[in-house]
Design a protein around this ligand. Structure first.
Ligand SMILES: [Fe+2]
Ligand SMILES: [Fe+2]
Length: 166
């Protein structure tokens, strides 16, 4: 892959990923403000930007491998976020006295190690076809297996804040 093309794909992947999440967040906001049709539009465009992002990622070299390898990559990324990346962000938020941001980063750091654990588990029983359901806390991203807890163990959010992933 020529150098510029590789770089441009990486750039476009990051930009489209961000646009997707931004539109999804606009959709949630529109919903709260009582504009369901606008929310619907934002969600549709968010999905479209995800289509772009996935397409670029698939075109980049060495980003998507066989599932066994992807599980390992995903696991390593969670560990890195937990032990290297978030601690730096937490330190800065703490130094600058940004309490809300500090809380968000700290909870994310904790949640990343839970994600890592789920990947580890999946790596160990990749071939068993045990059906597990996953519920995701919409406040902090904690992932619970098989049922939503009464309160999120990381951020204390109530059961109703958990979304069943389909
Ligand atoms: Fe994670
Ligand atoms: Fe949570």
């Amino acid at each position: 892959m020529p150098e510029k093309t590789e770089k441009n794909l990486a750039y476009a992947f990051a930009a489209e990923s961000k646009a997707s999440v931004r539109n999804e967040t606009f959709a949630k906001k529109a919903e709260m403000e009582g504009y369901p049709q606008i929310a619907h539009l934002f969600r549709a465009i968010s999905e479209a930007e995800s289509v772009h992002a996935r397409r670029y990622l698939l075109l980049m070299r060495g980003k998507i491998g066989p599932t066994e390898e992807n599980l390992e990559t995903a696991f390593q990324n969670e560990i890195k976020a937990n032990v290297e990346e978030y601690p730096k962000l937490i330190k800065d938020a703490s130094n600058e006295g940004k309490e809300g941001v500090l809380k968000a980063f700290s909870q994310s750091r904790d949640v990343e190690s839970v994600h890592a654990g789920l990947y580890k588990k999946a790596m160990n029983d990749m071939l068993t076809d045990r059906e597990t359901e996953y519920y995701v806390c919409q406040v902090c991203g904690y992932v619970s297996e098989n049922e939503a807890p009464d309160n999120c163990p990381v951020c204390r959010a109530v059961k109703g804040k958990f979304l069943l992933v389909v």
